[in-house]
Ligand binder design. Structure first.
Ligand code: PMP
Length: 407
């Protein structure tokens, strides 16, 4: 085992010390939302205690400090995903807003009847439904590339769907249900050859691995802050400069204009063109602190520890009688979906909660994936670098216990 001081890391996360139903909390719902280190909580608190004002509107000191906090998050994010310029980052409330921005500003104006958008069977609804809505409006269609039983994208089938009428391809970097890591570089190369922009949903990738959008070769990359140690209501859309330059505004309002007149309004340059209204300034102050926190530990250490935990948890779960695993891709992040024969997922999750274990049961906003496996729901244990082997052991013990209660 690597020398990763997980207890020291855990001390940075106040919530991990609490109990649930008089049991020590085992938080295995990290793919849903992560817990926050004290430095993030303090950054939000500091903002409201010391720096609170609106952005880009005031020349006074506090206004400048608030603007610096907000724009500072853009700088941090640009470096975090290796964008060529800070102006390629549009700050959003999360991945969902990022996807809808691409749908309405980039894709909808381009779509003609007969056009298509390609996505995959393993997507979160946030990377399906916006495409369906604009397809319906424009007479285009949405096509989904299939996966195999192990939960890996069938790349040849994805590539076969990249026909001339495709105006956008959309794929998740990491599946929120299966943990599968998709071969984004390869997919981006295939899209590029055909002149089709590739949008990548990085929601479940950025908490686990270093991301380099230039190396990936994609055209759009979306992320959400609350899954990467930051506050809810923060996120970003990264897009190549040329793409953003050509995109019309989606939300109209303050902060996104150059000049407003009833004879015609002109708009700010990207990224501000896409950031109407007052943003979640305190949240972005927290997001900067989250990136600093990742930097302080480093993804090399995070990745090594999480992969150990994933392998250990997967092995231990195989001991549970009647357990069926979903997602056995060669390259995975620490997300484990499963079912136990003869027990309902929700019943198991409810009983696990009484043991202090937080896991998610349900469809995980991925109906098409559930349909592919022919199940209505799964249980999902999703781990983070602050989880421990002892928690995995306690989780498996709890699972064996609640299983017998339901048999
Ligand atoms: N995509 C994926 C892969 C996700 O896991 C999630 C969150 N469950 C989203 C998109 C949506 O993120 P948000 O709700 O923060 O916009």
């Amino acid at each position: 085992p690597t020398v990763f001081d997980v207890q020291r890391v855990r001390a940075d996360f106040p919530l991990l010390a609490r109990t649930v139903h008089d049991k020590p909390l085992i938080y295995f719902d990290n793919a849903n939302t992560s817990q926050k280190p004290l430095s993030v909580i303090e950054a939000v608190d500091d903002h409201y205690r010391l720096h609170n004002a609106n952005v880009s509107r005031a020349v006074h000191q506090l206004g400048e400090e608030a603007t610096a906090a907000y724009e500072g998050a853009r700088d941090k994010l640009a470096r975090f995903i290796n964008a060529t310029s800070r102006n390629e980052l549009v700050l959003t409330s999360g991945t969902t807003q990022a996807a809808n921005l691409v749908a309405y500003s980039y894709a909808l104006p381009k779509l003609q009847p007969g056009d298509a958008i390609v996505t995959t069977v393993m997507e979160h609804h946030a990377n399906i439904v916006p495409w369906q809505i604009i397809a319906q409006r424009s007479g285009a269609t949405v096509k989904a590339a299939p996966i195999d039983q192990r939960g890996e994208l069938i790349v040849e089938e994805f590539v076969k769907l990249l026909t001339p009428e495709v105006k956008l391809a959309c794929v998740t970097h990491v599946s929120n249900v299966l943990g599968t890591v998709n071969p984004v570089r390869e997919l981006a190369r295939e899209c590029r050859k055909r002149g089709i922009p590739l949008l990548v949903d990085g929601s479940q990738a950025v908490p686990h691995r270093p991301v380099d959008v230039q190396a990936l070769g994609c055209d759009f990359y979306m992320l959400t802050g609350h899954k990467m140690l930051a506050p809810t209501g923060t996120g970003a859309l990264w897009a190549r400069k040329e793409l953003l330059q050509a995109m019309p505004p989606f939300f109209g309002g303050g902060e996104m204009i150059r000049e407003v007149s009833f004879d015609g309004t002109t708009f700010a340059e990207p990224p501000h063109r896409f950031e109407a209204g007052t943003p979640n300034i305190a949240g972005f102050a927290g997001l900067s602190a989250a990136i600093d926190y990742y930097d302080s530990i480093g993804f090399e250490a995070i990745h090594a520890w999480e992969q150990q935990l994933l392998a250990y948890a997967t092995d231990r779960l195989r001991e549970v009688p009647g357990l069926r695993l979903f997602g056995e891709a060669k390259e995975k992040e620490p997300v484990i979906s499963f079912l136990i024969e003869g027990a309902q997922a929700t019943d198991l999750a409810t009983l696990l909660d009484l043991q202090g274990v937080a896991v998610r049961s349900g469809h995980h906003c991925a109906h098409p994936l559930m349909k592919f496996y022919g199940v209505p729901a799964t249980l999902r244990a999703s781990l983070a670098f602050y989880n421990t082997r002892e928690e995995v052991d306690a989780f498996v013990t709890a699972l064996l216990k609640v299983r017998t209660l339901l048999m």
